[in-house]
Design a protein around this ligand. Structure first.
Ligand code: COA
Length: 260
């Protein structure tokens, strides 16, 4: 599949999807969102991929938001559709059956912050800046930010970020739980690949089941979530990887997982 606005590469069981409009700080226009969804679905389908990384081209930006030129042309009805479309793409990322790591290499603003929030893990370069500056444009986050940001950093901090439009640096993003870790400028992708390799070395059935249990967290009560966990735990106990992993531990050797 050929893409115009992003780069797609598979190597060592990892798909790297790079938003590639550096002259526009990788702003998400409609065509880019269409391609992003296709690329995430392609990586989910690919038998050669266990982990997906999302990043931005260039040193300056992960994604500087929805494309403001396109945004400016929306009326009320179109605006709702614009929001629902972006939400659908980001839901696809969140619902990915393979882990998605954001390698945040610079500005993650508006839709860029929301995109990082839709990923399961965020590794952040020290020059990254996060923010939801939509109020500066007379609008609000529309790609999940009001919900996922509140979920990740708590209501009070989400309210501050969304109502002031202020940016936070990587260190502050780490402090409030928005970033999993902070790495040197220019090394976010390498750090994400390192984490992806760690995940790819595990039994992939267990990885999928763990992700499925984690994905259910925002939608379920503790009671229902625990029921789901027990069912998925039981499923994992029926796999060859489970036999191999437990046997390898008891025999003091490294497991050889087959993903079955
Ligand atoms: N949509 C469309 N184009 C964007 C964009 C966006 N969200 N963010 C940046 N760009 C474009 C700029 O228009 C500029 O294009 P041009 O060279 O054709 O004029 C180019 O990317 C570089 O951006 P510029 O503003 O010149 O860089 P900067 O270093 O001065 O500032 C930012 C960087 C990120 C602070 C600034 O670009 C910005 O505030 N962007 C918008 C962030 C935002 O509000 N996002 C939420 C959108 S809902």
């Amino acid at each position: 599949m050929d893409y115009t606005n992003l780069l797609y590469e598979e190597d060592a069981r990892v798909a790297v999807i790079t938003l590639n409009r550096p002259d526009k700080l990788n702003a998400l226009n409609h065509d880019t969102l269409v391609e992003l969804k296709q690329a995430v679905l392609a990586a989910n389908e690919s038998a050669a991929v266990d982990v997906i990384i999302l990043t931005g081209a260039g040193e300056k930006a992960f994604v500087a938001g929805a494309d403001i030129k396109e945004l400016a042309a929306q009326d009320a009805v179109q605006g709702q559709r614009f929001s629902l479309f972006g939400q659908d793409v980001f839901n696809t990322i969140e619902q990915s059956t393979k882990p998605v790591i954001a390698a945040v290499n610079g500005f993650a603003l508006g839709g860029g912050c929301e995109l990082a929030l839709a990923c399961h893990i965020r590794i952040v370069a020290e020059n990254a800046r996060f923010g939801q500056p939509e109020v500066n444009l007379g609008t609000i986050p529309g790609y999940g930010g009001t919900q996922r940001l509140a979920y990740v950093v708590g209501l009070g901090r989400a309210a501050e970020l969304i109502l002031t439009g202020n940016m936070v640096n990587a260190e502050e993003a780490h402090r409030i739980g928005l970033a999993n870790s902070v790495v040197e400028k220019g090394t976010a992708l390498a750090a994400a690949k390192e984490m992806a390799a760690t995940i790819a070395a595990k039994g992939q059935v267990a990885i999928r089941l763990a992700l499925e249990a984690l994905r259910s967290v925002p939608q379920t009560s503790l009671r229902d979530g625990l029921t789901t966990e027990a069912a998925l735990f039981g499923l994992s106990c029926g796999t060859e990887d489970f036999r191999e992993g437990t046997a390898a531990f008891l025999e003091k050797r490294t497991p050889e997982f087959k993903g079955s």
